[in-house]
Write a protein that binds this ligand. Structure first.
Ligand SMILES: CC(C)(COP(=O)(O)OP(=O)(O)OC[C@H]1O[C@@H](n2cnc3c(N)ncnc32)[C@H](O)[C@@H]1OP(=O)(O)O)[C@@H](O)C(=O)NCCC(=O)NCCS
Length: 281
């Protein structure tokens, strides 16, 4: 195994031409947004600053991660990570976006560059080996329960996605629990598709998601009358897996009037989407 320093240089910057000035400038940028606190009847608006984390933020990151894990209704929804893993993704194997309210970390989102590591999700695709090197993972992301519902996940996804693309990693991939319609809906709403399924991280059922390139919006089947369109409960892992095996992909999450979440599926290549290249936070 190569020494850590050599490994770092092989990934950030990546081993292909990229605009290092643009990448560094983006990594050092800050963005402003506004949020409401969930339990505040006065609906006071708070400013939020988004920026990439540094090693000095590690303790806050670990604390937030552990608070989110402790609050889960089901442990299968979200993988619990060790501090070493989080540290590794601040500057060695990837980068981590953070959202700060008055200096307090309330959200984060990791993008990682697995390169030739065995956990590269390209193994669930038919990507050739040279394209597999260009896979970035949308890895762990979370928002503190008190501040959910402000679309911080989507905002941080835009930032980590843009960073990966600037670094030349144009296949974005991730895993999402069938018990997590919120995360799945956010990803599919930005152009990801459910392309596979697996049991990962020990015993956790996961959908495998993929997007090539920039975010898009409004994925829809070319022919909405198509009899081949399928709606499955998001949490029906085996049913969805069966359809995936027969050439379907998942392209949208729909919330029904009774509060259930359905995964819209169609045959691969029959789904179209609008390109949305604007970078906004
Ligand atoms: C996934 C997650 C980051 C989304 O947080 P967010 O950006 O604040 O969520 P959104 O703003 O997109 O929420 C949209 C709606 O879903 C609701 N929602 C979001 N996450 C929810 C959750 N975990 N439980 C219940 N409702 C949730 C929001 O309240 C909001 O409802 P509204 O439209 O009625 O206001 C957050 O749920 C989370 O941290 N979950 C735990 C960790 C996790 O699952 N990470 C993703 C791993 S792939």
């Amino acid at each position: 195994m190569p020494p850590v320093e050599a490994d770092t240089e092989a990934r950030i910057p990546p081993p292909w031409p990229s605009d290092q000035t643009a990448l560094l400038a983006f990594h050092q940028s800050e963005w402003q947004s506004n949020i409401l606190r969930r339990d505040d009847p006065a609906e006071t608006s708070y400013g939020v600053t988004l920026r990439f984390l540094e090693t000095a933020d590690l303790n806050d990151l670990v604390e937030l991660h552990q608070a989110v894990v402790a609050n889960l209704p089901d442990r299968h929804i979200f993988r619990s990570d060790q501090p070493d893993f989080l540290a590794d993704h601040i500057e060695r194997r990837g980068a981590t976006v953070g959202a700060f309210k008055e200096g307090r970390l309330i959200g984060y989102a990791v993008v990682s560059f697995p390169y030739q590591d065995p956990d590269n999700l390209a193994r669930f695709t038919d990507l050739p080996a040279d394209e597999a090197l260009r896979v970035a993972h949308f890895d762990g992301a979370a928002v503190h329960p008190d501040f959910r519902g402000n679309h911080l996940h989507q905002t941080m996804n835009q930032i980590r996605g843009h960073y990966a693309l600037l670094a030349g990693y144009h296949h974005l991939m991730g895993t999402v629990s069938p018990l997590n319609p919120y995360s799945l809906g956010n990803h599919l709403g930005a152009g990801f598709q459910v392309i596979g399924h697996a049991v990962c991280y020990g015993d956790m059922q996961r959908y495998i998601i993929h997007r090539k390139g920039h975010p898009t919006s409004l994925q829809r089947p070319r022919n909405p009358e198509d009899k081949e369109l399928i709606s499955c409960p998001v949490d029906a892992f085996f049913e969805v897996s069966e359809h995936l095996a027969h050439g379907y992909i998942g392209f949208a999450v729909q919330r029904t009037s009774s509060g259930k979440y359905l995964l819209q599926m169609a045959l691969r290549d029959t789904v179209t989407s609008d390109t949305n290249r604007a970078f906004r936070t």
